[in-house]
Design a protein around this ligand. Structure first.
Ligand SMILES: NC(=O)C1=CN([C@@H]2O[C@H](COP(=O)(O)OP(=O)(O)OC[C@H]3O[C@@H](n4cnc5c(N)ncnc54)[C@H](OP(=O)(O)O)[C@@H]3O)[C@@H](O)[C@H]2O)C=CC1
Ligand SMILES: N[C@@H](CC=O)C(=O)O
Ligand code: NA
Length: 438
């Protein structure tokens, strides 16, 4: 039986999950793959910490470069993270003709075009299923299962940490800080958790999905990103009164000549299946011409779910090695010469529904002034709700709108914020609701 030598770089949360699956399910993998997946090296700068796994003598090393330059290594599994040494190691491995697997979405979102070109030039496979949606086979679905479809849109919950935090605030009354600390303790969060809570991790994943779905170069720079750190629990509570949940969504849509790409807290109706995705779970709803709608759901973060996706790439690549079919599936889903720069629609040009909350002085005429400004900017109000007094002298006024253009909304909110009768900056949360009226 052929032996395929695997070297794992980084023995942290995900690296440990990968090693556990490779060792504990070794017989199962052998029976399914028809090859021996031999864990030749695990490299980590910390070789002292006990990860609860017994490795054979000589397997644990502290120099990742020793692994990528070892002529016997067939597959390098980069589990270090970040855009520094990880990029150097991956490119060195590819240039040395090794197959590479990673879960590093920050690196792919920032340098995926270069890495994909290097992989094609060197005739190697580059697997990154774990980089989006953890264990959910979203990369495989877009690249392979939906290959015959024109994809209209992808709307997803792609960050386990944010979804965990929003769920804990809504359902257990936890504070933001408590919920984040729990997510970190579970191993969901990035080494720098601002990547999670400010929406950048979700944007990394959306940049990857848009490239795969639309044949565009990976473009992180033009994605509109707003995280959850500014979310006030009161808006989560009001959302519930209107039949909405607040989720951090990644939204990618084909608009013909351009692509919509945005990440922001969004209100979605209880009837939308995404609204019941809780905790660290992820889900993506895809709309495409042949399949109509398809949804994927599963654990988006954590040691074993993410490890599962990494092992699926190791196995795909091993099968390609065994059958001489490396390079069968283009790294970025399209043939390199068919990948183009496609513009991302500026967020000011989008049309959607909105939730606003104003802190207004409790006096006659306030409502008519606010609604007058909205009307002058062509924004049609769906409903208005005056809530109980929240702070001394200020009354929360909550409004839901029909579909409006973002540029007009921002202009109107600026005019309203400048009124003497309005204290605090108005709160804006976008709504994705097919039944929200035109
Ligand atoms: N955690 C999750 O649920 C998910 C993570 N990912 C991605 O997976 C990757 C790994 O994440 P995660 O496992 O959480 O991160 P961890 O921080 O838990 O693991 C990274 C490991 O790499 C080690 N390391 C750092 N520098 C080197 C080096 N030069 N050589 C060898 N080892 C090194 C770190 O050691 P030390 O701690 O001492 O610095 C640490 O043990 C990231 O790209 C992340 O974005 C993707 C999906 C889910
Ligand atoms: N930090 C990420 C890990 C998986 O990609 C998350 O919370 O989803
Ligand atoms: Na995945």
């Amino acid at each position: 039986m052929r032996q395929v030598n695997v070297g794992v770089l980084g023995f942290g949360t995900v690296g440990t999950g990968v090693v556990r699956i490779l060792l504990e399910n070794n017989h199962l993998l052998k029976a399914r793959v028809g090859a021996e997946l031999n864990l030749k090296y695990v490299a980590d700068i910390d070789t002292e910490t006990d990860r609860g796994i017994r490795l054979a003598p000589g397997v644990l090393v502290n120099d990742a470069f020793k692994v990528v330059t070892d002529p016997d290594i067939d597959i390098v599994v980069e589990m270090i993270g970040g855009e520094g040494i990880a990029k150097e190691l991956i490119l060195k491995a590819i240039e040395g003709g090794k197959q590479v697997v990673t879960a590093n979405k920050a690196l792919i979102a920032g340098h995926g075009n270069t890495i994909a070109r290097a992989a094609a030039e060197n005739g190697v496979d580059f697997g990154y299923e774990a980089s989006v949606g953890g264990c959910m086979p979203i990369i495989k679905s877009v690249r392979e299962s939906l290959v015959g479809n024109r994809i209209h849109s992808m709307v997803g919950i792609l960050n386990g940490t944010c979804n965990y935090i929003l769920t804990r605030i809504a359902e257990s009354g936890s504070t933001f800080a408590e919920a984040l600390a729990e997510a970190q303790a579970e191993g969901f969060a990035e080494a720098d958790p601002t990547l999670d809570v400010e929406g950048f991790d979700t944007a990394h994943k959306l940049a990857i999905l848009n490239a795969l779905a639309y044949g565009m170069e990976i473009n992180l720079h033009d994605i509109y990103v707003e995280g959850i750190s500014g979310i006030d629990p009161v808006d989560i509570a009001y959302a519930g009164e209107f039949g909405y949940k607040v989720k951090l969504l990644a939204i990618g849509k084909d608009n013909g000549d351009s692509v919509e790409a945005r990440v922001h807290p969004t209100m979605i109706p209880f009837a939308d299946p995404l609204s019941s995705v809780s905790g660290s779970l992820n889900a993506v709803s895809i709309s495409a011409d042949a399949v109509d709608r398809m949804m994927l759901y599963g654990r988006g973060a954590g040691m074993m779910p993410t490890g599962s996706a990494v092992v699926s790439d190791i196995v795909d690549i091993t099968r390609n090695l065994l059958t001489g079919s490396v390079g069968r599936i283009p790294v970025l889903s399209y043939q390199p010469e068919a990948i183009h720069k496609i513009p991302i629609l500026p967020v000011d040009a989008i049309h959607t529904h909105y939730y606003f909350r104003f802190a207004a002085v409790d006096q006659p005429g306030v409502l008519s002034k606010i609604s007058g400004i909205l009307g002058d900017n062509g924004i049609s109000i769906r409903s208005v709700h005056q809530k109980g007094r929240r702070s001394e002298g200020a009354v929360p006024i909550v409004m839901l709108t029909h579909r409006a253009r973002e540029a007009a909304v921002k202009r109107a909110l600026k005019e309203i914020a400048d009124l003497d009768i309005v204290s605090d900056l108005p709160v804006l949360i976008r709504i994705e609701d097919e039944n929200g009226g035109e």
